[in-house]
Write a protein that binds this ligand. Structure first.
Ligand SMILES: Cc1cc2nc3c(=O)[nH]c(=O)nc-3n(C[C@H](O)[C@H](O)[C@H](O)COP(=O)(O)O)c2cc1C
Length: 139
């Protein structure tokens, strides 16, 4: 099983979630690729059986616009038949960006099996949910 965890993180909070998810995927036996989106290619999405995509709330409840948004747009068609989970950190509001992102996935025929938000730097409870997300991807 090939897994890719592809994320953008400005101050490390979403990165901490990505690290936890990737480490659990590895523990569960997946051949896991952990990549910051700046370094990700469409092949990293194409070659993966399961994908975890991470981006914090940026702009006004939006995905980060310079790297993550264009990358996500470029893989929308490719990831339709894969098992996908989305995750990210927020701080100012209550997670609306994740609802919008989830809706966008649904509108594009992308079946999301988990959408996980963590307030600021993920605490122990949020990290446990990251491990659960990895378990759901591997089921
Ligand atoms: C430019 C900018 C825009 C942001 N916009 C939002 C927002 O719309 N809603 C929100 O809840 N948090 C917002 N935040 C807060 C971040 O989502 C929060 O600090 C998050 O933990 C950052 O994650 P990261 O460390 O992975 O970059 C914003 C932060 C920045 C720097």
């Amino acid at each position: 099983m090939k897994a890719s965890v592809i994320y953008w993180s400005g101050t490390g909070n979403t990165e901490a979630m990505a690290n936890e998810i990737a480490s659990k995927l590895k523990e569960l036996g997946a051949d896991t690729n952990l990549i910051s989106v700046e370094n990700a290619s469409t092949d990293d999405a194409k070659e993966a059986d399961v994908l975890a995509l991470g981006c914090p709330a940026m702009g006004a409840e939006e995905l980060e616009e310079d790297y993550f948004r264009p990358y996500f747009d470029s893989i929308k068609e490719i990831i339709k038949d894969k098992k996908i989970a989305i995750f990210g950190s927020y701080e100012w509001n209550s997670g609306e960006w994740m609802d919008l992102w989830k809706n966008e996935c649904a509108e594009n025929g992308i079946a999301v099996i988990d959408a996980l938000i963590a307030y600021d730097h993920p605490d122990a409870e949020a990290l446990a949910k990251c491990r659960e997300l990895a378990e759901k991807l591997m089921k």
